[in-house]
Design a protein around this ligand. Structure first.
Ligand code: E4P
Length: 223
C-alpha cells in the first residue's frame, strides 16, 4: 500500500518525502484554504497554480487537486486547467451526477480523476464505470457517525477485485494509525493521511527506550 499525505502544506510534504516513504499527496478545498489563511495570503488563480506546482515538485508523485465548480461543464474546464499545471496532477471530483459526467469526459481525454467523498460501494462502482483512476472512500467520516469505515473499505476493495475493475482505492479521511493498518490489511492501494498520523506511525515508546539503553550501554565501554 502506498502512503500519501493529505495536506497542502509544503513543509510537511518535504519532511515526509525526506523520509523516503511518500508516494503522493491529496488536497481538498478545506486544506488549501487552511494553508493560504495560515500564510495570510489571498488565494488567486496564479497563486494557487504556483502553489500546486511546488506541491507536485515536492511530492514527486500524484497530487490530487479538487475542482470547486459544481456543474459538469465548469468542472471539465477547471479540471483541464488543473491538469495543465503539472503532469503529477490528478483531478479530484465530487461523487455527484455532475461529477460523474465530468469524470467520463476528463478520463476520455486522458486526465486522471480521483472521485472523492465516497461513502458507499455503489458510488465507487459508478465512479469506476465513469472512468475514474482512483476512488476515495472516507473512513474517518463514516466512523464519526458511528458506522464502520473499515466495512465500507472492505466492500469496495472486494467489489473491485470481484469485478476486475482497474480503479485504485485511496483510503481517505484517516484519523489514526489503526486506520492505516486496517487499510493495508484490507488491501487498499493507497492510504492518505494528515502529517500527525505519519508521525504516529513511526513513534513507539519501546523503540525510544531501546535506543536509549543501547546508547547508554555503549557509552560504558566506548573505546
Ligand atoms: C481525501 O482526499 C480528503 O482530502 C481527506 O482525506 C478528508 O479527510 P477529513 O475527513 O479528515 O477531512
Amino acid at each position: 500500500m502506498e502512503l500519501y499525505l493529505d495536506t497542502a502544506n509544503l513543509e510537511e510534504i518535504r519532511e515526509i518525502a525526506g523520509w523516503g516513504v511518500l508516494s503522493g499527496v491529496t488536497t481538498n478545498p478545506t486544506l488549501v484554504a487552511k494553508e493560504f489563511s495560515a500564510r495570510g495570503e489571498r488565494l488567486t488563480l496564479e497563486g494557487f497554480a504556483r502553489h500546486l506546482r511546488a506541491v507536485c515538485e515536492a511530492a514527486g508523485g500524484p497530487v490530487s487537486a479538487e475542482v470547486t465548480a459544481l456543474e459538469a461543464e465548469a468542472m471539465v474546464a477547471e479540471g483541464r486547467r488543473l491538469a495543465e499545471i503539472h503532469p503529477h496532477i490528478v483531478v479530484k471530483l465530487p461523487t455527484t451526477v455532475e461529477g460523474l459526467k465530468a469524470c467520463k469526459r476528463l478520463s476520455a481525454e486522458g486526465v486522471r480523476v480521483n472521485m472523492t467523498l465516497i461513502f458507499s460501494a455503489n458510488q465507487a462502482l459508478l465512479a469506476a464505470r465513469a472512468g475514474a483512476s482512483y476512488v476515495s472512500p472516507f473512513l474517518g467520516r463514516v466512523d464519526d457517525i458511528s458506522w464502520d469505515g473499515g466495512e465500507l473499505l472492505r466492500e469496495i476493495v472486494e467489489m473491485i477485485q470481484v469485478q476486475d475493475l482497474s480503479v485504485k482505492v485511496i483510503a481517505a479521511s484517516i484519523r489514526h494509525p489503526r486506520h492505516v493498518t486496517e487499510a493495508a490489511l484490507l488491501g487498499a492501494d493507497i492510504a492518505t493521511m494528515p502529517y500527525p498520523v505519519f508521525q504516529q506511525l513511526l513513534k513507539h515508546p519501546l523503540t525510544d527506550l531501546g535506543l536509549r539503553r543501547f546508547m547508554e550501554d555503549w557509552e560504558k565501554v566506548r573505546p
